[in-house]
Every structure is written in structure tokens, then in C-alpha cells.
Ligand binder design. Structure first.
Ligand SMILES: *Cc1c(COP(=O)(O)O)cnc(C)c1O
Length: 469
């Protein structure tokens, strides 16, 4: 063994002790860590011939890199839709690395890691009040969950025309309908060879809505004359957290032949609260559902899962079968994740979720969801009452979409947000909503409190004064 590796192995307790302490320090100082950083690094470091050993590498990390880390798991990181990491999820994440299991087949030596993943999917179905008729698996994010789901949808579509797209490639244009698809679904259409421009944009409901207009959807379905199609719907759009009408789509499902996909990356967690579960009523009849865990479930990046109806199992295997590796066995007899999703070798991705679900239970997640929505509404109330700001849409769940008041201030929105983000107390994302420049604040972090809203409100008022708006 290389002598430096040997030294590190001997010193492992001391090394991990130092890392643990550093982790504790970071987590305990999250409130004071900046949410943005303007400093940068040069990326041309030379690789040394003789290794430094873990502790010296840590020293260099702490000198050059750690000071540039931002408080993205913190309570005032409201950009994108990003949760933090619950304490139990950190435990699961650390242990995933320590145990370093390849999570594929059930009937293999070490197959328990695949069973842990299956158990975790079952726990998630209970959390979200969904039936056992779904099979699920973990992927890196909602983008890959959309990809996995839409890949099976594509195979289903081919089958309706008597074709096997997975084997022979796409020989026919694929009909895809959606009203307000997330950008990642469009990216998936490109990756799947369907084409990012080859979908029909269905109208949204008139007024300040992003949800699908069922009348316009029906019109477009009639034009197909009985041909199949793929419908991509939303359980919470990113700008205004709007939901498509799933009960109306249930009624269409009885009449027409289509694959129904729901992108519920963060909105699916509405099901955790009796107050908001009506938003996803009827979603159990979808063919596939995308859900992100590194958002409202508050586990570390990269964690998401797909749910696909078990009745589509063969289509899923046709799509993802790792067929040229006979030593892996018959995919129908020997369940292995590698025949159901894009990746082959996989870490035990489910473990952080498993830990967090056991640690906090249904009640814990109901509290996180309801707390987030309450805070969004408090922030919404500030925006509504302050003359300098204007809501771009009503706050339907946990995302507040707003802008500076008045059209004359449209040119100041970018500068306002840059100054605000540069202060490092809060981070929000720019957006465009109904042709107006806006700002989005998303509430998903388990740590966010009323005090954080107050800090941000003060900051925002200060920037307005600075800008003399
Ligand atoms: C965040 C998000 C995605 C993409 O998720 P990643 O985890 O970044 O891959 C897709 N759809 C919706 C609705 C989202 O909010």
C-alpha cells in the first residue's frame, strides 16, 4: 500500500473527528454564513507528484475553498426551490459514503441496499398517500426523473403505433401536450430524440394562471382523431406554484388514450398536509410522477425519485434493460434497478431519505410544509402592503412571485436583485412572468423562521433606499 494511504488509514479516527467538528461548526454558524459570494478561484492548480494526505488536503480546502462556500442549506436561501439537509438526512448521507454499496440487484450479495431503496419508496408512498400500484426508484434530480418517466412514455407511445422505439429508434413524430412544462421537461424531449420544439403548447386558464386550460386541451385532443399522446402536467409550476386540474384530467383519461405524466418536483409535498392535499387530488391515476427530495424533503443534493405504474413495468424494462450483460440475469426474474432507470452503478441514494422519514415521520413533514406555506404568506403580505413592491401572482403555496411596483421600474428589477443578493443575507432568483421581469422567493427550508422574514424585509427596504426608487 502507498505509504500516504497507509498513514491515512491509521489516522482515520482523527481525520473523521476533524471533519465532524468542521461540519458541526458550519451547521451551527449557518445563520451568519453569507448566501452569496463574489470571490472566485483560479482552477489551474497543479497535481502534486507526492500526495498531501487527507489532513493537508483538508487544510488546503479550508484555506482556499471552504471560505467561498455559501449558505445554500440555510434558512434564507430562497433561490430556485432548494431545501437544506435535516440532521437525520446528513446521517444517512454520511453512512451512504461510508458503506459505499452498489445499489442494483435484489438477489445479489449485498442486495439489501436495493431492498432499502424499495422500502424507502414504500415509505414515500405512505407519506404522499399514494397507492402501491407505483414502482419507484431514485435518480439524481427531477430532471432525470422526468427523463426516466418520459422515456417510458415514449416507449408506450411507440407501442400504440405497433413500434418498438427503444429497439429501432423513433420512426414517427411523438405527440406531446403541455401547458407550462418545466424547462427540464423540454430538455428531456431533446435528450429523448422527440425534439424540444415538438410539443403542443396548450393554453393556460385565462387570468393570472399557469394551469392548463382543459377546454383547449380537449380541442387539441379532438384534432388527433383517436391517436395517442403524452400529456405533461404540473403539480406546482416554479413561478407561481400553480397546479393543473387533476380531477378534470382523470375524466379525460376515461375517454382518451394518453400517457399522463405529472411533474410534482416540489408540489407533490402538498400531499403531506390536510390543508393542501386537495391540490393533488386525483394524481394517483397518473402513469408517472416526478418528485424531488432535495427540495421540500430537505435531504442533500442529489436526490429525487420517479413513480411509474407497475402495469408499465415491461415498457420500462424495454426502455432501460442493460441487455448486453447476460451475467446480470433475466430482468423479469431478478429485479435490478439497472434495468429500470438510466444509471447502472449507483450509490445507496435512498438512505438519507430513509433516515429523515424515520426520524421525523408524517408529522414532521406536515410541519415543514405548513410552516413553509405560512412563511410564504407572511412574505406575500409584506409585498402586498409595501408600495415599492407588487405581487405578480397570488401566492398559491410556497413560492412568492413579485416585482418592483410600476412598469417604469422594470429596468431596475435586475439591479435591485443583484444588490440584494450581493448583501449575502438572502438569495432569490430572477424570473420573467407574463412578460414582466420579476423575482421569486421560494420557501422550502426546514430552518426558515419568522425572524428570517423580518431580516429580509429590512434588507429589501434598505436596498430601495440605496437605489432611490
Ligand atoms: C426543480 C424542478 C425540476 C428540476 O429539478 P432538478 O432537481 O434540478 O433536476 C423539474 N421540475 C420542477 C417543477 C422543478 O421545480
Amino acid at each position: 500500500m502507498n505509504t500516504i494511504l497507509q498513514q491515512d488509514l491509521k489516522d482515520i479516527e482523527n481525520i473523521l473527528e476533524k471533519v465532524k467538528q468542521q461540519g458541526v461548526d458550519f451547521l451551527n454558524s449557518m445563520d451568519t454564513v453569507s448566501t452569496s459570494n463574489l470571490n472566485t478561484i483560479t482552477t489551474d492548480r497543479n497535481l502534486n507528484q507526492t500526495g498531501l494526505g487527507a489532513l493537508s488536503a483538508l487544510e488546503e480546502f479550508n484555506q482556499r475553498l471552504a471560505p467561498l462556500m455559501i449558505a445554500s442549506p440555510g434558512p434564507r436561501y430562497w433561490g430556485f426551490v432548494t431545501g437544506g439537509s435535516t440532521p437525520a438526512s446528513i446521517v444517512g448521507d454520511w453512512l451512504t459514503t461510508i458503506y459505499d454499496q452498489n445499489t442494483q440487484a435484489v438477489k445479489a450479495q449485498g442486495g439489501v441496499s436495493a431492498l432499502i431503496e424499495i422500502e424507502t419508496i414504500n415509505l414515500l408512498l405512505q407519506l404522499l398517500d399514494l397507492p402501491k400500484s407505483f414502482l419507484g426508484g431514485f435518480v439524481t434530480g427531477a430532471t432525470m426523473s422526468n427523463f426516466t418517466s418520459l422515456a417510458v412514455a415514449r416507449q408506450w407511445y411507440g407501442k400504440q403505433l405497433g413500434k418498438d422505439f427503444a429497439k429501432n429508434g423513433i420512426s414517427e413524430p411523438v405527440a406531446v401536450f403541455s401547458a407550462t412544462p418545466h424547462s427540464s421537461s423540454i430538455k428531456c424531449l431533446a435528450m429523448l430524440g422527440i425534439g424540444s420544439q415538438n410539443f403542443t403548447k396548450i393554453k393556460t386558464i385565462e387570468g393570472n394562471r399557469e394551469a392548463i386550460d382543459i377546454v383547449d386541451l380537449k380541442k387539441n385532443i379532438e384534432v388527433l382523431n383517436g391517436k395517442p399522446f403524452i400529456l405533461i402536467t404540473s403539480a406546482a409550476t416554479v413561478n407561481t406554484a400553480d397546479f393543473d386540474d387533476f380531477l378534470a384530467i382523470n375524466a379525460l383519461k376515461k375517454k382518451y388514450k394518453f400517457w399522463w405524466h405529472i411533474d410534482a418536483a416540489f408540489g407533490g409535498f402538498a400531499a403531506c398536509s390536510p390543508k393542501y392535499m386537495h391540490l393533488v387530488k386525483g394524481w394517483e391515476n397518473a402513469d408517472s410522477i416526478t418528485i424531488d427530495c432535495h427540495k421540500w424533503l430537505n435531504v442533500p443534493y442529489e436526490s429525487a425519485f420517479y413513480l411509474i405504474k407497475e402495469e408499465h413495468k415491461l415498457l420500462q424494462i424495454e426502455t432501460f434493460q442493460n441487455s448486453n450483460a447476460p451475467y446480470l440475469g433475466d430482468p423479469l426474474e431478478n429485479f435490478s434497478f439497472l434495468n429500470f432507470l438510466p444509471e447502472n452503478s449507483r450509490r445507496l441514494k435512498a438512505l438519507p431519505v430513509w433516515f429523515s422519514l424515520l426520524a421525523y415521520g408524517k408529522g414532521g413533514y406536515q410541519d415543514i410544509v405548513e410552516n413553509s406555506v405560512n412563511l410564504a404568506l407572511q412574505f406575500d403580505a409584506f409585498i402586498a402592503e409595501n408600495e415599492n413592491f407588487e405581487l405578480l401572482a397570488p401566492t398559491r403555496l410556497n413560492n412568492v412571485c413579485f416585482t418592483l411596483s410600476g412598469d417604469h421600474n422594470q429596468e431596475n428589477v435586475g439591479q435591485f436583485l443583484t444588490l440584494l443578493n450581493d448583501e449575502g443575507k438572502v438569495f432569490m432568483t430572477p424570473t420573467v412572468y407574463q412578460n414582466r421581469k420579476g423575482i421569486r422567493a421560494s420557501f422550502v427550508n426546514w430552518r426558515t423562521s419568522k425572524n428570517d422574514i423580518e431580516i429580509v424585509v429590512e434588507e429589501m427596504k434598505n436596498i430601495i433606499v440605496m437605489l432611490k426608487i
